[in-house]
Design a protein around this ligand. Sequence first.
Ligand code: COA
Length: 375
Amino acid sequence: MPVIAKGLEGIVANSTRLSDVQGLEGRLIYAGYDISELAGKASYEEVVHLLWHGELPNREQLEALQKELRSRRELPQGIIDFIKSAPKDANPMDVIRTGVSMLGLYDRELLAGQEGDPNYLRALHITAKIGVIAAYFHRARQGKELPPIRTDLNEASHFLYLINGEEPKEEAARTLDVAYVLHADHGMNASTFSARVTIATLSDMYSAITSAIGTLKGPLHGGANEGVIHMLREIGDESNVDAYIENALANKKKIMGIGHRVYKVLDPRAPFLREMAIRLSNEIGEPKWIKMSERIAELMREKKNLNANVDFYSATVYYSLGIPTDLFTPIFAIARTSGWTAHVLEQLEDNRLYRPLTEYVGPAPGKKFVPIDQR
Ligand code: COA
């Protein structure tokens, strides 16, 4: 009898030198660095270098990578036309999924005259452009002009500049940068697995990242951060939290931002986001969001022994920065693109097709074909 690991729980599908999720200890390691060593200290671009090249950059290497990314922000006209013509009520995750897929159409143009590993160049292009696609769509759907690309801002600042049409305050830029660092990679999570499965067929980088974006969108994965804000709005006030949770649990409803397949203790990214959420929600004079969140987390620990995950507090952080709710999951995708592309490059170094089995539980074989008119 085959052993079925539903949801592939506990299955080690490959090895990686990129990141390690230690579920019992509640540790997350990026290429040898504990996440607490990096969050608030390393910039997102330094972490991108760590994931793509295996080590933190020196100043010269960092400047070179920043230049590589910043010089690739401009979108092909065909993608700008698509963004402007997309339905205004489209889900931004659908827009970035389609936009990244469309980048594949311009592959020859994007790589023309450039030297180096074509897949590394593609990783640079996608990482540099995915945030621009999301932000430009956000501008276009409001009927606003698309701000010109700037090359003097880092990735997080540039995204905030594009969505707001003005340079962000330093604190907002720093906060989003830390959030990017915390979201950059996370072992064989569902979207990374999806990217690796796709590239392992020797498909292409754009297809792999398109698969990953589609996978991240779901509420059991990256979509949970948007679900948290919808839930907080539905609860409305701290005094309603206990009844809401009781009712949800009685009806077997999942509480968004709580629980994790691998972490059996607190998600090590959550304390950083919690600290930022407390500070920011007090600063904007709306402490009720964090107060509700704290009570939800407390109740879920007590009642189900489940802890907050990365999405739980990131929702309040993004809300407090004035970011529209439906851009929360795209922000996760923007940051995770560094990890996805790193995994695609790693998969290609020593590739083997992913091909698990299923246990067949259909009708016993031996049925005879009956022509359609006799059925
Ligand atoms: N709210 C309420 N109950 C939860 C829960 C949540 N967020 N997460 C897990 N549980 C409960 C399940 O109901 C189940 O209880 P039971 O054994 O009494 O039936 C048990 O915990 C195991 O849940 P299961 O869904 O099988 O765990 P999983 O490993 O497949 O799921 C998640 C992991 C992340 C999908 C799950 O915790 C979840 O759906 N969380 C909410 C969505 C979310 O925040 N996703 C982002 C993850 S980073």
